[in-house]
Write a protein of this length. Structure first.
Length: 269
């Protein structure tokens, strides 16, 4: 009985490479020829025309928006410069107002040279340290790149916050004026002084800050360190810690009147 059951099982036909009659009929039908000509939809698309066309449409729409804004909105020039009268305050254009605001919290060499240089170098380094393939060539949201998007968003937010604060909330003598306060009422000048740490205390504080900032993620976020490798990790964390150090200096100056953490004859932080 067992042998009879085994023999009665259906044996699957072997593939001989010859299409069946049903396959030949489907190939001859108009629908079958159309599917054969088109083929399956590819997983990847060419940059041109798919991406370039969308970018061109976005460019035209943005150009139209700017043209309408320039026609509708009035942007008058100020009065002719008077060499015998210096405006108070003398503000830079809005896109440089963030740098001018940073002069309140940092030494001119740091605010005007070191910080912009670090920003430019940091942006140039991003493609070499961020090799995450997720989202490449398409939409890169916080889901794909949580660390990169978060850090970049914080930097952009702080930069525009400095611009807005310096442009809208600074009045005569670069003092804080609310938008509803009149500049005709002059406020008393604040003392430009502040706390300056001794060199050994300031240098120790900076060393501890960078040491903990570099070491703690290696201990508690080991996967992040391993994904980058030693070189890319230390380069990334150097720029991240510099950014958060610049941000932390602002409340230290405003709330605790700490003028410089390190003061030398060459530079002051």
């Amino acid at each position: 009985m067992q042998e009879l059951k085994t023999k009665s099982k259906k044996v699957a036909p072997r593939e001989t490479g010859v299409p069946s009659a049903k396959a030949r009929l489907e190939a001859l039908s108009p629908k079958g020829r159309e599917e054969e000509e088109e083929g399956p939809e590819p997983d990847k698309r060419l940059t041109f025309p798919h991406l370039v066309l969308k970018e061109f449409i976005a460019l035209m729409l943005m150009s139209l928006l700017l043209i309408i804004a320039s026609i509708v909105l009035n942007a008058p020039l100020e009065e002719e410069a008077n060499p015998s009268k210096t405006p108070n305050p003398s503000k830079a254009p809005w896109y440089f107002c963030g740098l001018q605001e940073m002069l309140v919290y940092f030494d001119p060499w740091i605010a005007g040279v070191a910080a912009p240089t670090l920003i430019i170098i940091g942006l140039c380094v991003i493609p070499y340290v961020d090799r995450n393939p997720r989202g490449a060539g398409g939409w890169s949201g916080i889901k794909h790149r949580p660390f990169a998007v978060t850090i970049f968003s914080i930097g952009v937010f702080v930069w525009f916050a400095l611009i807005i604060f310096g442009y809208m909330f600074r009045g005569p003598a670069w003092l804080v004026y609310m938008p509803w306060e009149s500049w005709d009422v002059h406020k008393p000048l604040l003392s430009p002084g502040g706390l300056v740490f001794p060199l050994y205390i300031g240098a120790t504080a900076i060393a501890v800050y960078f040491g903990l900032g570099m070491g703690l993620p290696i201990i508690f976020v080991r996967r992040f360190y391993q994904s980058l490798g030693p070189t890319r990790y230390f380069v990334t964390m150097f720029f991240v810690l510099c950014m958060f150090g610049f941000i932390a200096k602002i409340p230290l100056r405003l709330l605790f009147s700490i003028k410089y953490i390190i003061k030398t004859t060459w530079f002051s932080i």
